[in-house]
Design a protein around this ligand. Structure first.
Ligand code: ZN
Length: 501
């Protein structure tokens, strides 16, 4: 083993430990912390983030990594670790500490202002503070450095190696492929089935969700399942993966599908190789690849004809009165029901990506200096009408619905659609290699699928960049066509011409 690598190991371990501590504090803040702890927690997180940023940007670490980049004695995983850590180091070293702190402080202020503006449905209350945050993020992008597009400096944090031009191409094809399917399916689907809303005891929902996530492979000895205001998953450390969902008494399906979604993320975290435990490659190559796992379990499994057949008797057992006259076929059509809606998080599988593309278009325009913060509400409403076909009545249902921009997450939205694009490409490959899974999903057996994902995705960690991983596994570079094929086939079977009632 090389001497330089030996020097690097304790540094990587310390960075991994700091990351775990931050993740645990973040989870605690959203799940367990009493509201009185908020102010102190903000300070504690800022201190720890500062320490992590300093350690990562440390010039000594940079020298060591530069030396290791030339070291021929390293094996492939060690080389990948050096490549990934070097990139993280360079990004950290380029952004001055006072800018990092200014962004953190402005994010807290802007987020606070957003919660008030959203309550009042008044973008004017947010505009000035959001404008300041956008300016700071532009300064961050400039400090990070960019060639073609300032936006790419920010995108690179969430989807390394992806370019704005590639996204514009893929999303352009996606939208033009989706529009005719959406037109036909929303017309054919008719009104929303009434049983989607009713009186569904949250305690029973919780029982069902726990049964379900256990069945598809979530390991409770190495994880937790709790409730939080917004469902999320935190891979705290090896052997400690925490997912959350939220329950609404009037609707059981959002919680159930959030649990399927988060279990997809959690299975990924639980499936990362033990051999990578303190290495920087013990993570997904990108937000899009992580999201591919959640969307695959949520939609390709959870909303498949076979799996709904498995789910149906479990639901019927717990909610016999509410689902009295409902058949498994009714349930399948209901959980796939498409509609043009204003809200991203409530959007169905078919229209969801239209919500993402419009956000991408707007944030790209902002970072090209083509769209001023003050003009966001009008631009939002126009884009919503163009892509989804509905117009918000007020700001809370429109431009104020997501918090991402108000905590400085510019460049994150595309990972949601990339997740769907990657998931569909992986699913097509699974079916080519394993055959149809419908029969086994019908009895709730997901073991062959999980084994395939473990081997092809989870166990790879961050050995390869996202595009390379997808191409290695599916044999083709990422494209929206598998997703369009999947949606076209599913929705024309379900709600195509002549199928509507
Ligand atoms: Zn997700």
């Amino acid at each position: 083993m090389s001497k330089a690598w030996e020097l690097l190991v304790p540094k990587m371990k310390a960075l991994a430990d700091l990351k775990s501590a931050l993740m645990l504090l973040h989870w605690d803040q959203l799940v367990m912390m009493p509201s009185g702890g908020g102010e102190a927690r903000g300070r504690i997180l800022a201190t720890l983030r500062g320490i992590a940023h300093d350690r990562l940007g440390d010039p000594e670490l940079g020298d060591l990594l530069a030396q290791l980049a030339e070291d021929a004695s390293l094996d492939a995983d060690e080389r990948a670790s050096v490549r990934v850590l070097r990139r993280d180091h360079e990004r950290a070293a380029r952004v001055p500490n006072d800018l990092v702190r200014a962004i953190a402080e402005q994010s807290t202020i802007t987020y606070g202002r957003w919660t008030e503006a959203r309550r009042a449905s008044d973008f004017a209350q947010l505009e000035a503070e959001l404008g300041k945050l956008v300016d700071l993020k532009k300064a961050e992008a400039d400090a990070l450095g960019w060639e073609r597009e300032r936006y790419e400096a920010l995108l690179d944090e969430y989807e390394p190696g992806m370019t704005a031009a590639e996204l514009e191409n893929m999303f352009g094809d996606l939208v033009s492929g989706l529009q005719p399917i959406v037109d036909t399916a929303t017309e054919g689907a008719g009104p929303r089935p009434a049983f989607l809303v009713g009186d569904y005891d949250p305690a029973k929902q919780d029982m069902l969700c726990r049964r379900l996530v256990t069945m598809i492979g979530f390991d409770f000895a190495a994880g937790r399942f709790d409730t939080a205001p917004h469902p999320f998953t935190a891979g705290v450390a090896p052997g400690d993966v925490r997912q959350t969902t939220r329950y609404r008494r009037d609707e059981p399906f959002p919680a159930l599908y959030a649990a399927m979604h988060e279990t997809g993320h959690a299975l990924y975290e639980q499936g990362l190789p033990e051999a990578f435990n303190h290495l920087p490659i013990r993570r997904a190559p990108s937000g899009g690849v992580h999201e591919s796992q959640s969307r695959l379990w949520e939609n390709h499994v959870g909303r498949s004809r076979g799996f709904v057949d498995y789910l149906f008797p479990h639901l019927k057992e717990l909610f016999s009165a509410e689902l009295d006259a409902v058949t498994s076929e009714d349930l399948y059509r209901a959980v796939c029901h498409p509609r043009r809606s204003l809200c991203r998080v409530e959007a169905d599988e078919l229209t969801y990506n239209l919500h993402i593309v419009l956000r991408f278009e707007l944030e790209l325009a902002m970072f090209r200096d083509e769209l001023a913060t003050a003009d966001l509400p009008d631009a939002w409403d126009a884009a919503m009408e163009k892509y989804v076909g509905v117009r918000p009545l007020d700001h809370s249902d429109g431009v104020l619905q997501d918090m991402h921009w108000c905590i400085g997450m510019f460049g994150y939205f595309p990972t949601y659609s990339l997740g769907d694009i990657y998931a569909a490409a992986l699913w097509e490959t699974v079916e080519q290699q394993l055959g149809s899974l419908d029969t086994e999903l019908r009895v709730g057996d997901t073991s062959r699928l999980l084994e395939w994902l473990r081997e092809n995705i989870h166990q790879q960690g961050y050995r390869y960049e996202a595009k390379e991983l997808i191409e290695r596994v599916t044999g083709k570079p990422p494209s929206p066509h598998p997703l369009l094929r999947y949606l076209r086939s599913k929705y024309s079977d379900l709600f195509g011409f002549g199928a509507g009632t």
